[in-house]
Design a protein around this ligand. Structure first.
Ligand SMILES: [Mg+2]
Length: 411
């Protein structure tokens, strides 16, 4: 096992029950009331405060079951746009402490802290405590911070004194730290692996780290030995500092048959716009430039690019831009076989994509994004495309008519 104290220094910062804390931030009157945040269809619990957790409420539980356990709790619908804004503030603070930040999830980040002690003239522990204090002061929520020599150890450290705790694990103290933890506390060890490791006399995380590499390989394969190295202080998983943004995100497809009907092409483009918007929203990305592509009968491709007023993932803006481009491109005498949309100038979605003069537009877009998230949620729950935009529904042939799906309207 590792002997030197700081061959690397990686911090893991993790907000404490993030969605619930965000809600308490704008509902201070609810402090002290157990609070549960619901999935976009209000079907199950996606986050809860510690007191709700203590009452036995678990993430993934149905609202019905949770209300039976804790009828007095407050049940709130999730508002991911709002959580995204709080998340942006959190990450902006973290970037003051290190230029190398990996945004791991909406409320978790890894920071490469090596060499930053002398810059800050503080110990790692003091830096971690300062990060917690500044986040609490400027954002109003609490985070827990772990600093250690690999990302797995840093993550285990941030978990150790939750909520609002700092845990520092130097290379020299890894073994001591791991003795306090079970194998199940190792990220990547789920129930099945736990049972297996217990069968081979590994109960604590230290038992795992002190087993032979051969034994771990035999039981868990390469995934196991990667973890084993991380737990012994040798970094295997690098920080992904620059998220690899795609150059473009596209949705193109054949229309099944040649068509000269502009309305048919338009409905295909709207469906492509919906899929494109969904993918961008899910990956928290935006596009600034939308290219509409039409393929002629001769396979010749026609492209027209439309610059959007600001970086967006909003279906309604994409659909509008695609419709306008089609008007310009469409030739009456032509037959078309395929069409599609290519989004370029991809950037991470941020809440400050708007300046002060665009506030009205921002409000409208937030409303759109909420509607779209709700719609994708329903489609996810019931499978397929139970809900879609009216104009984007594929023209149905007389054989395929069954019943009409509900249509969403948005102004
Ligand atoms: Mg968290």
């Amino acid at each position: 096992m590792l002997v030197s104290s700081w061959p690397n220094a990686i911090a893991h910062v993790d907000a404490d029950c993030f969605y619930a804390s965000c809600e308490l931030l704008r509902r201070p009157d609810m402090k002290g009331v157990p609070l549960c945040v619901l999935s976009s269809q209000d079907a199950c619990i996606v986050a809860k405060t510690y007191d709700a957790k203590a009452a036995g409420i678990k993430t993934g539980m149905t609202v019905w079951d949770a209300k039976k356990l804790l009828p007095d709790a407050a049940f709130l619908s999730a508002d991911f746009q709002y959580y995204g804004q709080i998340s942006d503030k959190l990450f902006a603070i973290l970037r003051r402490y290190s230029p190398a930040v990996e945004e791991y999830s909406i409320d978790e980040a890894f920071l490469d802290m090596k060499g930053l002690r002398s810059l800050n003239q503080k110990s790692y522990e003091q830096i971690a405590d300062e990060i917690r204090a500044v986040v609490q002061q400027e954002v109003g929520i609490t985070v827990s911070v772990g600093i250690s020599v690999t990302r797995t150890l840093a993550k285990m450290a941030s978990e150790y004194r939750k909520p609002n705790g700092t845990t520092i694990v130097t290379g020299k103290r890894i073994n001591e730290f791991l003795q306090h933890l079970k194998v199940r506390d190792i990220p990547g060890v789920g129930e099945n692996r736990e049972v297996l490791l217990n069968k081979f006399s590994m109960q604590s995380a230290a038992d795992f780290a002190n087993a032979s590499e051969r034994e771990i390989k035999r039981l868990l394969g390469k995934a196991g030995t990667d973890l084993w190295h991380e737990l012994r202080g040798t970094p295997i998983y690098p920080l992904i500092i620059q998220p690899q943004l795609p150059k473009s995100v596209s949705r193109t497809a054949s229309m099944g048959q040649l068509t000269q009907d502009k309305a048919v092409i338009h409905s295909h483009l709207l469906r492509h716009a919906m899929r494109l918007s969904k993918e961008l929203i899910e990956k928290r990305l935006t596009t600034r430039n939308l290219i509409v592509m039409l393929t002629l009968k001769s396979f010749e491709k026609q492209l027209l690019s439309a610059l959007l007023s600001h970086p967006t993932a909003d279906y309604f803006l994409l659909a509008d831009a695609a419709g306008k481009a089609l008007e310009e491109m469409f030739g009456l005498a032509q037959s078309y076989r395929a069409c599609g949309l290519i989004a370029t100038e991809i950037a991470p979605s941020r809440s400050d994509d708007f300046d002060l003069f665009q506030q009205v537009e921002k409000k409208r877009e937030e409303k759109h994004l909420k509607l779209l998230q709700a719609m994708h949620g329903v489609n996810y729950k019931y499978g397929g495309n139970v809900l879609s935009m009216a104009a984007a529904i594929k023209p149905v042939s007389h054989r395929a008519v069954r019943f009409n799906y509900p249509l969403l309207e948005c102004t």
